[in-house]
Design a protein around this ligand. Structure first.
Ligand code: HEC
Ligand code: HEC
Length: 454
């Protein structure tokens, strides 16, 4: 066998390096990542242990907890009290909405704070309300400008307006079915979809096509990771969301996240995590393996035709541009996990209040108050009411509320003949919660909360 010359070997090595570099660049720019092939799985015993924690009605100093149990502040006594529509792990009603707040940086306090305003507390002295929040982060007032010297006739600086650093948002409980699949979608798939969308939106704008649906925005977290969970896509992994839900909704500390402190800060709660590593892992495994929603084809042939027609309209109307049916190998999820604004700008910020002056603005990694993640539409037939705050009672209202970034699609829907609207709605009606979800038998809990809210 002839041996390769030194120059030949060098050349081969060079080509090899070039090949690797080329592949790396290709992978970085164009790859959609590794598609999800294997779905979530866990042992039966782990799922059962997790289910017990998800359904358990927690009490203060609960024997199941290693810390102080429920509280000191909380929104409900169990996960299932809010997540029950269509079965254990589903969405909830507006009565279970959580109030999130943010405190914007102010002169003298260069800190951005977010939190949850809790409905309940174990000790009445630690009860939270809008008044407690306002007392802790009061309106910043500026002294009036000094009076102009006598005879002054030039520019007089107007008094500085007061700054209310607090903004609140009400968000409703989202359904968690199939969430383990979403956790496994590669970040590359989300980024790749975003890049190709951005490119085609740019080309379309250059062609002066004003019907273009903009590409939205990737939710980049403070540490540079891509967010995908929650109405604001502000969590990157299911595990982190579950830890935050334990801390904020039930007041349960976990190995990775301390329980929420009461706003009143009247006493110190220095306790070990309520859930130990094993308990936390089984709770995550239970959420991770919740069955995924299903597309139920109507049994009559007329019903089937209508839903099929609706699915075609869903694509041709532009719905599928944001509610991407398949992404990263997960079929039928109907989301791109990007942030959009569906409301037209309103004078003085509308429901969200005026935007803060630039020097007090929120950090760049925090979505604006009017930015929301495209919600996955799988299971949507079983998760009324709709939109982040549950303000749309039915699917039709939710679609008609697509303005601004969603205007092109919303307008097309509004102008459709009634038969086509009915077809599109019939298609959405096929996107059901999984039939094998565990039935939620916690009506007692639910009635208690509804009594409190009504
Ligand atoms: C008081 C009602 C309430 C309770 C109790 C509650 N949640 Fe939630 N859950 C919500 C709300 C509201 C949201 C939406 C929050 C957001 O988007 O910021 C949510 C969202 C979630 C999500 C994210 C879903 C997604 O699609 O991105 C997960 C996961 C979750 N909850 C898990 C849990 C777990 C686990 C528990 C129990 C430890 C729990 N929740 C208890 C109200 C509740
Ligand atoms: C520009 C991207 C975009 C387009 C196009 C779009 N949507 Fe949406 N959709 C969103 C976002 C973002 C939300 C969440 C808004 C909120 O919660 O305030 C949403 C919410 C929804 C909801 C409520 C889901 C829930 O769980 O509450 C439905 C239903 C829906 N869209 C259906 C449609 C249909 C049907 C079309 C086509 C006519 C469409 N969307 C087009 C981005 C889009």
């Amino acid at each position: 066998m002839r041996r390769m010359s030194l120059a030949g070997q060098r050349r081969l090595f060079g080509f090899g390096l070039l090949g690797i570099a080329g592949f790396t660049i290709y992978w970085y720019l164009f790859s959609t990542g590794i598609p999800v092939i294997w779905g979530p799985s866990a042992s039966a015993s782990e799922m059962a242990a997790g289910r017990e924690l998800f359904e358990h009605e927690w009490t203060a100093n609960d024997p199941l907890a290693h810390g102080d149990g429920l509280g000191p502040v909380f929104n409900a006594k169990s996960c299932v009290a809010c997540h029950f529509q269509g079965g254990v792990g589903g969405g909830g009603e507006v009565g279970h909405n959580a109030t999130h707040f943010e405190v914007l940086p102010q002169p003298g306090r260069n800190e951005y704070i977010t939190g949850v305003l809790h409905d309940f507390s174990v000790n009445s002295s630690e009860h939270e309300s809008m008044a407690t929040l306002k007392a802790r982060y009061p309106v910043v007032k500026f002294p009036p400008p000094p009076p102009p010297p006598p005879g002054h006739c030039g520019y007089i600086a107007p008094p500085k307006p007061d700054i209310d650093p607090i903004r609140t948002l009400s968000v409703q409980t989202n359904a968690m079915f199939g969430i383990g699949w979403i956790d496994r979608i590669s970040t590359r798939a989300i980024l790749h979809n975003y890049r190709s969308r951005a490119l085609s939106a740019n080309i379309s704008e250059m062609k002066m096509n004003f019907d273009t649906i903009p590409a939205g925005r990737v939710s980049l977290l403070a540490d540079g990771r891509v967010g995908r969970f929650g109405w604001k896509a502000n969590f990157a992994t299911l595990e982190e969301f579950v830890a935050a839900a334990c801390a904020n909704e039930l007041g349960l500390g976990t190995p990775t996240c301390a329980q929420a402190d009461p706003l009143t800060q009247t006493s110190k709660h220095d306790v070990p995590p309520d859930l130990n590593r094993k308990q936390f892992a089984s709770l995550v495994a239970f959420c991770d393996t919740l069955p995924r929603p299903v597309e139920i084809i109507p049994t009559t042939s007329a019903g089937e035709q209508l839903a099929k027609h609706g699915k075609t309209l869903f694509a041709s109307t532009g719905c599928a541009t944001c509610h991407v049916p398949d992404i990263g190998g997960v079929k039928g999820v109907y989301s791109d996990f990007l942030l959009y604004t569906l409301e037209d700008p309103q004078p003085n910020g509308g429901a969200y209040g005026p935007e803060p002056p630039i020097e007090n603005a929120r950090p760049s990694w925090v979505p604006r108050p009017d930015e929301w993640r495209t919600p996955p539409l799988w299971g949507v037939a079983d998760s009324a009411p709709y939109l982040h705050d549950g303000s749309a009672p039915n699917l039709q209202q939710a679609i008609l509320r697509h303005r601004h970034d969603g205007k092109a699609a919303g307008d097309r829907f509004a102008k459709m003949p009634a038969t086509e609207q009915a077809a599109l709605l019939a298609f959405l009606g096929t996107l059901k919660a999984p039939a094998d979800a565990i039935p939620a038998a916690q009506s007692v809990n639910r009635k208690k909360r509804l009594a409190k809210n009504g």
